[in-house]
Design a protein around this ligand. Structure first.
Ligand code: SF4
Length: 96
């Protein structure tokens, strides 16, 4: 009977080990939706600093985050959720 328990106990320990191994993965998953599009950033010469009074927060392409200071997105940089409201690129276009 005790021999029958050993595999179960072993399996339990393996699962515990797997669960512990997942902790860093789960910790990182809070940033799972943060992503950048390096290719488009390079193409558009995106930078995290404004140029004069031109920045992403006053560009027609900007998709703001929850708060005005939060990172947002850009309609012409798909999949990028780390666009700074104080950023800038060559495609900047003033909000009319
Ligand atoms: S087009 Fe350029 S300046 Fe405008 S929001 Fe996108 S990254 Fe910022």
């Amino acid at each position: 009977m005790e021999d029958n328990m050993k595999p179960t106990r072993r399996q339990f320990l393996k699962m515990g080990g797997a669960a512990i191994a997942m902790v860093p993965v789960l910790a990182m998953s809070s940033n799972a939706f943060a992503a950048t599009n390096a290719q488009m950033r390079a193409t558009l010469k995106y930078q995290d600093k404004p140029v004069g009074d031109q920045d992403c927060s006053n560009c027609i392409q900007f998709v703001p985050g929850k708060k005005a200071s939060d990172m947002g997105g850009c309609k012409i940089i798909p999949g990028d959720t780390e666009i700074s409201p104080k950023g800038h690129c060559v495609a900047w276009a003033k909000i009319p």
